[in-house]
Design a protein around this ligand. Sequence first.
Ligand code: TRP
Length: 460
Amino acid sequence: MYKIPTFHTGFPPMSTGNGSGMRPREHWASRIGFIFAAAGSAVGLGNVWRFPYVVGENGGGVFLIVYLAIVFTLGISIMIAELVIGRAAQRNPVGACRALGGAPWAGLGYLGLVSAFVILSFYCVVAGWTLNYAWTLATRGFASDPAQAFEAFVASPSQTIPVAGVFMALTVAVVLGGVKGGIERANLFLMPLLFAILVALAVRAVTLPGASAGLAFYLAPDFSTFGIGTLTEALGQAFFSLSIGLGAMMTYGSYLDRGQNIPRAAGWVVGLDTLAAIFAGFAILPAVFAAGLSPETGPGLAFVVLPTVFATMPFGALFGTLFFVLLSIAALTSSISLLEPLVAYFIDEHRLRRGGVTVAIGFAAFLLSIPSALSLGPWANYTVFGKGVLDLLDALTAGIMLPAGGLLIALFVGWVLGPRAIMEFDESSERSRFAWIWLWILRIPAPIAIAWILIRWAMQ
Ligand code: TRP
């Protein structure tokens, strides 16, 4: 049931509380539905595709420790901050920042929308690979040389561009359904299934002959590989995986009413996302060593290694197909959270209709995805700093734009909202000590840590 938000929070009352003036803002149907939707946003290609290869490129165990430390300090604090902003303002990132902080803060919202658009564009390319893998495994079974099969596939735009388009069309279709009909329902039963297969895969991978070297790589930190790069990559991976830094969680928070305990919900989302990443690491890294591959294979890692694991399992092609179908769906529940902030912005601030806006933005993001799709094939030689378009957009967003967004979000909640944010933090424990610790993390350590990492990285 929609309820007009109550204004005992110290925030100025807003005209209707829904930003669009007319229609009441849609809200999540249930508390658990919100947690599933937010976890659905977080769990996606970031966990299964990105996390294992980034761990592989950054020294294994050391990276894992730094990553976990960042997730459970900065990550969870910023996720709570975003949800608080969204629920307090009941509107899209631009409108929320402007309503709560004044006109200049709208810039923070715009930065987020640009990040969302760019990530959406390359995200659907990798999600397209996933769709293609589901289809090829089902119809043709395993390739004799998975590494060569991956190379050949990504080098063929006539295959990669259409599947990216199909994935974008699916994203648009779900977002068209609106919050409850589309986003919430899809998550409810698919997530547990994906977890089950990830666990089965992990069990298979760690029992492969030769897996122990991979386990050691993943779990026994070699501190000699630690450097500023470890910090930057872990920070970027944390933001990307948790879906924070661009206002996706703000937007999902704007569909919350006051019944939800935000810190507890954030704890669930962060916990589930981290579990999924850790399992994906167990499913992939031991298998990399067992198959005699290099952990520094890069963005193709999961797509090369997982087929080799499935090939050793009974009913491997069947499991493999199911896995890539579920991963495509996990990617879909993430990509909708990239499109939704943009759509919410145009609905709230420009009073446009959901239908037209969703289709238009989806199409534009698809056009931008074409260079990314080409970058592993015909455009492989167009590189900047040694990176092709997809890698470059990924590094720019995860490495710089999301952390910059997170830095501003921390300052915004810490200093602009200040104690008012605590009233919004968790109704049952207003002014608890925990809330003050959270606020002080946002005020000083979070901005300093992020700024320090960004500056040190820029100086290199
Ligand atoms: N977290 C998602 C993943 O791990 C990707 C994603 C969805 C995202 N929404 C986001 C990343 C918002 C950053 C911000 O696959």
